[in-house]
Ligand binder design. Structure first.
Ligand code: ADP
Ligand code: MG
Length: 246
């Protein structure tokens, strides 16, 4: 596993309040990583920084084998560099079918190589089938996305991101509002995706995090409080104090 993303000494303040405070950690490739921590710990802000939505006041964010600096790159360049982000609220096109949604994602390639790849595959049918299979929506391809359950919409959105073959997929609270069965399927989709790329998941549901069965980074007040497997970090007295004990 080689390092894909490296944050060093990253800080950002909003009106004098340090939301991210000297944050340093790395994500490998491939890797599944869970990020947990209390509300306001800076989890979403971390994703904002990596995706170029928020510019850090200090520190470096380096990407890939060439250690490209993401700081100062705009959001679309960062997305083209291979970073996909899923927000909490699904943003699928409700009137379009599942197939059309996936086709749109494929038609929006993130890099020049993908354009070549896409042309060779004429209508992209094969890729659509592959992604539909990955997200468990093969039987729903002809249905308008608006008819899908909340969980299925979330999977479709993950599929639309996977269609663009990101090297890093950032997912903020995917299990929120899902049934237990949907949560389990979501774990499967993300675990599968993490076999060939980096997937970073922010999640509050500890059962969900346990099933991800991966390294966990605990954030608190904008920095890393603890890191390791879930059993290791949940035994940490500081973690119990600021997060689990409440
Ligand atoms: P988390 O996702 O861990 O709950 P956030 O990253 O959303 O935490 O927020 C960290 C802190 O930064 C919070 O105190 C939040 O209010 C503040 N914050 C985040 N984004 C902004 C912003 N754009 N403007 C002002 N304050 C912000
Ligand atoms: Mg958040």
């Amino acid at each position: 596993m080689s390092t894909l993303l490296e944050l060093s000494g990253v800080s950002v303040s909003f009106d004098g309040f340090k939301a991210i405070n000297n944050l340093s950690f790395q994500i490998g490739e491939p890797e599944m990583r869970a990020i947990i921590g209390p509300n306001g710990a800076g989890k979403t802000t971390f994703m904002d920084i990596v995706t170029g939505k928020t510019k850090p006041d200090e520190g470096t964010v380096l990407w890939g084998e060439k250690s490209i600096s993401l700081v100062g790159m705009n959001e679309s360049s960062i997305s083209r560099a291979g970073i996909g982000r899923k927000f909490q609220k699904p943003t699928v096109f409700e009137a379009q079918t599942v197939r059309e949604n996936l086709a749109m994602a494929l038609r929006n390639p993130r890099g020049p190589l993908d354009v070549l790849f896409y042309r060779k595959n004429a209508d992209g049918t094969r890729r659509i089938m592959d992604v539909a299979e990955q997200i468990g929506l093969t039987d729903e391809l002809q249905r308008p996305a608006g008819e899908l359950s909340h969980g299925q919409k979330q999977w479709l959105e993950i599929g639309m991101l996977l269609a663009q073959e990101p090297r890093l997929l950032l997912v903020d609270e995917p299990a929120a509002g899902m049934t237990p069965a949907e949560r389990e399927k979501t774990t499967e989709i993300l675990t599968d995706a993490a076999k060939t790329r980096a997937v970073v998941v922010v999640e509050h549901d500890m059962e969900f995090v346990r099933r991800l069965n991966c390294k966990v980074t605990v954030l608190n007040e904008g920095s890393v409080l603890a890191e390791g497997n879930l059993d290791h970090v949940t035994k940490n007295p500081d973690v119990i104090d600021v997060y689990l004990g409440r």
